[in-house]
Design a protein around this ligand. Structure first.
Ligand SMILES: [Mg+2]
Length: 313
């Protein structure tokens, strides 16, 4: 995003018409987008949505929000990317639990004077991202106010034959894996990542003991697994897959690419532990009984301090 001139995607580009025609016009437009989906029994337009639910499915539910200037910058990021991000963050949480998304409800607090076309773009970003993973938006609410753009999205997940994978199952002797290269997501991937929903199902089928999606940074998210599982971890510095964005960031700020890979957030790759091999993914360490998280390179071993994502634009 640093490459974009300021305000390229600001709301002034969507002044057709100049402002929202009204909350109800937006809502009726949204209703016209209503999903035609076998799980949605009653389309939007009633007080609540009605979903068909397989009685053998567990309901796995979570909510996430994105705030202008915290999780995105509306003067830099196009509205479709902003909408996509709030959906994809939730889909990534589905991946972390190895469940399948079933539907979502969402709210938008729009700044007064938001152009109608801008609001539509935000919605379409969410909708398109959801549809890629069979996750229709089944309801929501919108209002305008004096503040900045705020989106929330509540996701409904279904177990679909796979026991939810938690953060608390890591066992001594397990290997630690990641699904992809890490670091430097702030260069753009934090808006454009692909949630690892399908990969998670395959990982669960092959054998997994604990899993999380990397949102706060490897050093923090591995700690979440270790603390909840009552174990420690030793990470092999030479095996951490480093994204080329981490190298680019390193040239800019002088922190090493490895530091970026260990501590940057919002990669949304999966971090998981398993007693079996996962040849498609990178083994970065092992679970040990002694509490604490250490990083080793050759015969040098030191504590891996948590220095994850702190939301700084
Ligand atoms: Mg998460």
């Amino acid at each position: 995003m640093q490459n974009e001139p300021t305000c390229q995607y600001g709301m002034h580009r969507y002044n057709h018409p100049a402002s929202m025609p009204g909350e109800f016009d937006f809502i009726s437009w949204i209703r016209a987008q209503s999903p035609n989906h076998p799980r949605v029994l009653l389309p939007q337009g009633d007080d609540l949505a009605v979903l068909k639910w397989d009685t053998s499915d567990l309901l796995i539910i979570g909510v996430d929000q994105v705030l202008d200037t915290v999780h995105f910058d509306s003067s830099i990021h196009p509205p479709r990317e902003i909408g996509r991000k709030v959906m994809n963050r939730n889909l990534s949480d589905c991946a972390a639990m190895a469940c399948l998304p079933a539907g979502a409800v969402t709210t938008a607090a729009l700044p007064k004077g938001t152009p109608f076309d801008y609001a539509k773009e935000v919605y379409l970003g969410m909708k398109d991202a959801g549809e890629k993973f069979d996750c229709p938006i089944v309801g929501g609410d919108t209002a305008t106010w004096e503040g900045k753009l705020v989106l929330t999205l509540t996701i409904l997940g279904r177990s679909a034959g796979v026991e939810p994978v938690t953060r608390r199952g890591a066992k001594v002797g397990d290997s630690i894996f990641v699904t992809g290269p890490l670091g430097g997501s702030l260069l753009g991937r934090h808006m454009n990542f692909v949630p690892r929903v399908h990969e998670a199902r395959a990982i669960a089928a092959a054998g997994v003991s604990a899993m999380i999606d990397i949102s706060d940074g490897l050093s923090r998210d591995l700690r979440h697994i270790c603390e909840q599982s009552g174990v420690g971890a030793i990470v092999d510095a030479t095996s951490i897959p480093i994204h080329e964005d981490a190298v680019t960031m390193s040239r800019r700020d002088g922190r090493s690419p490895l530091e970026h890979a260990l501590h940057d957030g919002e990669d949304h790759e999966l971090l998981f532990t398993s007693s079996v091999g996962h040849p498609s993914y990178v083994r970065i360490g092992r679970i040990v009984s002694d509490p604490g998280i250490f990083i080793e390179a050759g015969d040098k071993r030191e504590p891996l301090e948590p220095r994850g994502w702190q939301h700084t634009f």
